[in-house]
Design a protein around this ligand. Structure first.
Ligand code: GTP
Ligand code: MG
Length: 298
C-alpha cells in the first residue's frame, strides 16, 4: 500500500445549542454516532467522529452547544467545547440561517480570535429558511471575523456538506492516519448505548425532565448475535420518574423499543434492553454524582 499521500486533521464543530452540530457530524460521517434532538443542550461531552475518504482522514469533534451555564454539568459542557478548539486544524462555527449574532455567538467569536486555526462559518438549516434571511445572515456575520469561507448548508438534507469536506482538508498537514480506516468513532459501545437511550428520553418526554436525566449502563454483554444491555435512568425528582415510566409503563416501553431499533442498526445484531428508573436529587450540581455518570474528568 502506498501511504505517501495520506493526510489527517482535526476539525472542531462549535456553536450555540440546537443549531445542528450533531446532525452535521452524522451527515458528514454517513452514520449516526451523535444523538440529536429538538431540545437545546443535547450533546454533553465532546464526541469524536472519524471519516476516512481515500487518502484523507477527517477527525471531527462535535461539542456541546455554548450557553450560559447554570449547573456544574453546564460548566463542564462549555469547558469541553472550548478545549476541543485548541489543537484543531480547522473550526466549523455553525449558526442558523436566520439568526442575528447573539451575545453567545459574539463570545464564541471572541474565543476564536485567541486561536490560529482557520474558521469556516457554516450557515445551517437553509432548507427551512428564505434566501433573503440567508443573505442577511451572511451580511451580519461577515464583518465579525475573518472567516476562511462562508458555507451555507442543510445538514438535514445533506446539501452543501460536501463543500465543507472539500475545503477543510486543505488545512491538513499530518502525513498519516491516526485511526484505522474503518473506525467511525472512538466512543465506546457502552457510551453509545447510553446516549441513544438518553436521546429517546429527550424525544418522548417534556422540557423539564430531559436536562436532569442521565443514563448509565450497568451491564453490557455481547453474545453470538445478541447484545444484552441493562441500563439505569437517573432523574432528579420522583415526579419525573413517574413521567419517564408513563401510564401503565407506556413511555419507558417506547424508550426501550426505539433505542433497541437504533442500536440493532448500529451494532448489526439483535439487542435486548432492560431499563430501570431511579431518582438522584441534584446530581447535575454534585461533582461525585456527575463523575459517576461520566461527565467530569479528574
Ligand atoms: N430544518 C432543518 N433542521 C435541522 C437541520 N440540522 C439540524 N436540524 C434540527 O435541529 C435540531 C437540533 O439538532 P442537533 O444536531 O441536535 O443540534 P446541536 O447543535 O447538536 O445541539 P446541542 O447538542 O444541543 O448543542 C434537531 O431537531 C435537528 O433535526 C437542517 O439542516 N435543517
Ligand atoms: Mg449536539
Amino acid at each position: 500500500m502506498d501511504n505517501e499521500n495520506r493526510k489527517c486533521g482535526f476539525v472542531a464543530i462549535i456553536g450555540r445549542p440546537n443549531v445542528g452540530k450533531s446532525t452535521l457530524l452524522n451527515t458528514m460521517l454517513g452514520e449516526k454516532i451523535a444523538i440529536v434532538s429538538k431540545k437545546p443542550q443535547t450533546t454533553r461531552t465532546s464526541i469524536t467522529g472519524i471519516l476516512t475518504k481515500g487518502d484523507i482522514q477527517y477527525i471531527f469533534i462535535d461539542t456541546p452547544g455554548i450557553h450560559k451555564p447554570r449547573t456544574r454539568l453546564g460548566d463542564y459542557m462549555i469547558k469541553s467545547a472550548y478545549s476541543s478548539i485548541s489543537g484543531a486544524d480547522a473550526v466549523l462555527f455553525v449558526v442558523e440561517a436566520d439568526s442575528k449574532p447573539s451575545p453567545t455567538e459574539k463570545s464564541i467569536i471572541d474565543r476564536l480570535r485567541t486561536q490560529k486555526a482557520p474558521v469556516y462559518l457554516i450557515i445551517n438549516k437553509i432548507d427551512a429558511k428564505s434566501k433573503e434571511k440567508l443573505g442577511q445572515t451572511i451580511l451580519d456575520y461577515s464583518p465579525l471575523y475573518d472567516f476562511a469561507d462562508v458555507i451555507p448548508v442543510s445538514a438535514l438534507k445533506n446539501d452543501g456538506v460536501d463543500i465543507i469536506l472539500d475545503e477543510v482538508k486543505n488545512n491538513f498537514t499530518e502525513p498519516r492516519f491516526f485511526f484505522p480506516e474503518d473506525m467511525i468513532t472512538d466512543q465506546p459501545e457502552r457510551l453509545i448505548a447510553a446516549e441513544v437511550i438518553r436521546e429517546k428520553i429527550l424525544r418522548l418526554t417534556d422540557d423539564e425532565i430531559p436536562h436532569g436525566t442521565a443514563v448509565t449502563i450497568e451491564d453490557f454483554k455481547e453474545k453470538k448475535d445478541l447484545v444484552s444491555i441493562r441500563a439505569e435512568i437517573f432523574c432528579e425528582k420522583a415526579s419525573h420518574k413517574g413521567i419517564i415510566i408513563g401510564k401503565n409503563g407506556e413511555t419507558i416501553k417506547k424508550i426501550g423499543t426505539y433505542a433497541r431499533e437504533d442500536l440493532e442498526e448500529f451494532f448489526g445484531c439483535r439487542v435486548f434492553i432492560d431499563l430501570w428508573v431511579k431518582v438522584k436529587k441534584n446530581w447535575r450540581d454534585s461533582v461525585s454524582a456527575a463523575k459517576n455518570f461520566g461527565y467530569f474528568e479528574d
